[in-house]
Design a protein around this ligand. Structure first.
Ligand code: KIV
Ligand code: ZN
Length: 548
């Protein structure tokens, strides 16, 4: 067994590579509330390219003209000859496949990813198709996709619960029709690593014509796992041990229900346990932390503090016994350096006397390279925070800069919020908002508490129907002057739904995030941000309806 010693980033001996297929922008975006709009998707795609992913599944173009447009833009700008493959998802029908092609054809390396369910329960209740009909559909649709594109991925949805003998037939049909990647999804996260690893082995062994094509690299076997039983990463790794050479995953493991296999976990498992797996990836591991932060801020899905690799506590050693061991020898309780995944090791704290130069250097060490204008704004925010808080930690700086950089289009900007509350008062808030055209509006509201009162006042100004469905507050650092980080989720009204390609259902949930030393201010910022997302989504949809 290896002893957990790890070296410098990405200097593997030449070995077989596992391709990393990132589906944050497709399966990840299927998490309720993770709705992203175009410029956010583009920025995430650019960051995924910097991270070194091999394939970006940029979206589901048939969902709406807006989704098609976003995938096309990613294909054009990120899918350069030396960039990643850009994939678009399509159900196994001509309309979806044609739309996927319309979007991804702009990439230097396009891929169409088409899927149909193969488990008895899905075929009977969702598709209402017989096994024969499914096989016929696979033949026709994979061939149809190949008529556009040399690079076609096929997925038998719910493979984890499908009859393996039927799977071999379906996969053989896809292979004969020209599929170049066969992706095996455990759609509902039902299997265990033993079963899933064995399934991959049996598929390679028993699908007619597959073994040779896998051996000579003509066809890649891929794994796509979900985390309903907390086994997504373990299952993906079991698949890799049994011959899969593509892993489908998302940043922070976001995705449908309990989420997908998390990119950072699978990549770091392959990295840290390299002597065990004998495989490499193309991931630039030092970009992991920043990518995680960007995805969390844009999707409004916070990273749990105990999340492996990217959680705030992933490299914190609090228990006295651990600290003692760590001081004697780092590797006693740490199997990898935080710097390996892009978390700066030095915990330098800044204060109100720190100058612009020290601030800029710290930002660069944290991986933020800002334009002069962005730096001015960030420094202004830093000074304002340092006036309220004795020591400004890295986490505070990241929260501030994240809030500044990852803002949706601002229809409304919070100018002021003031509350009166206490055990003898009716909580009352006065809020002042500035609209993008410069008009400043104010309102006063009451509520069950100061946050509720502020939200009532905001609703009176913005006048967009919505329902608050979730409110959470976290402290960024410790202490009485800690920065509060608030996330809210709101539901919009009918008419701005997003289609889920698998279940056929729709959702219209938007999230917002705000940080401030004052929890009420952070809460108001978060709500205004969520409303800005809702308004932008409505307008994007309206613009496309007007064009088409
Ligand atoms: O989980 C799943 O089955 C999917 C497919 C569309 C690949 O996301
Ligand atoms: Zn999935």
């Amino acid at each position: 067994m290896d002893n957990g010693e790890v070296g410098i980033v990405n200097i593997f001996p030449p070995q077989e590579t596992v391709s990393i297929f990132d589906t944050t922008l497709r399966d990840g975006e299927q998490s309720p509330g993770a709705t992203l709009y175009k410029h956010e998707k583009l920025e995430i795609a650019r960051q995924l390219a910097r991270l070194g992913v091999d394939i970006i599944e940029a979206g589901f173009p048939a969902a709406s003209p807006g989704d098609l447009d976003a995938v096309a833009e990613i294909a054009r700008t990120v899918g350069t000859p030396d960039g990643p493959v850009i994939a678009g998802l399509a159900r196994a029908n001509r309309g979806d496949i044609a739309k996927a092609w319309e979007a991804v054809r702009h990439a230097a390396k396009p891929r169409i990813h088409t899927f149909i369910a193969t488990s008895d329960i899905h075929m009977e209740h969702k598709l209402r198709m017989t096994r024969e009909e499914v096989i016929r559909c696979v033949r026709e649709m994979v061939a149809f996709a190949r008529s556009f594109c040399d690079n076609v991925e096929f997925s038998p949805e719910d493979a984890g619960r499908s009859d393996p003998r039927f799977l071999y037939e379906v996969l053989a049909a896809a292979l004969e029709s020209g599929a170049t990647t066969l992706n095996i999804p455990d759609t509902v996260g039902y299997t265990t690593p033993w079963e899933f690893g064995e399934l991959i082995r049996l598929i390679i062994e028993n699908t007619p014509g597959l073994k040779d094509k896998v051996a000579n690299g003509e066809v890649i076997i891929s794994v796509h796992t979900h985390d309903d039983l907390g086994l997504a990463t373990a299952n993906a790794l079991a698949g890799v041990r049994n011959g899969a050479r593509q892993v489908e995953c998302t940043i922070n493991g976001i995705g449908e229900r309990a989420g997908n296999c998390s990119l950072e976990e699978v990549v770091m498992a392959l990295y840290v346990r390299q002597p065990f797996f004998g495989l490499r990836t193309n991931i630039v591991t030092t970009e992991i932390h920043r990518t995680s932060d960007m995805v969390s801020r844009y999707t409004g899905i916070p990273v749990p503090p105990n999340k492996a690799i990217v959680g705030a506590n992933a490299f914190a050693h609090e228990a006295g016994i651990h600290q003692d061991g760590m001081l004697k020898h780092k590797r006693t309780y740490e199997i990898m350096d935080a710097s390996l995944v892009g978390v700066p090791e030095s915990r330098l704290v800044l204060g109100k006397h720190s100058g612009r130069h020290a601030f800029r250097v710290r930002l660069e060490q944290l991986g933020y390279h800002l334009s002069p204008e962005q730096l001015d704004e960030a420094f202004r925010r830093f000074k304002a925070l340092a006036d309220k808080k004795k020591y400004v930690a890295d986490a505070d700086i990241e929260a501030l800069v994240g809030e500044q950089l990852y803002q949706p289009v601002e229809t409304w900007h919070l100018e002021q919020v003031q509350v009166i509350c206490g055990n003898k008062n009716i909580p009352t808030a006065t809020v002042v908002l500035r609209r993008h055209d410069g008009e400043v509006l104010s309102a006063t509201g009451t509520g069950t508490g100061p946050v509720d009162a502020a939200y009532t006042a905001i609703r009176q100004i913005v006048q967009v129907p919505n329902r608050l469905i979730e409110y959470t507050v976290q402290s960024v650092t410790e202490g009485i002057d800690a920065v509060g980080d608030v996330t809210v989720r709101i539901e919009g009204e009918a008419g701005d739904e997003r289609l889920n390609p698998q279940t056929g259902s729709t959702h219209r949930i938007y999230s917002g995030r705000g940080v401030d030393t004052d929890i009420i201010v952070a809460s108001a910022k978060a709500y205004v941000q969520a409303l800005n997302r809702l308004i932008a989504a409505k307008e994007e949809r309206r613009a496309f309806v007007a064009i088409s």
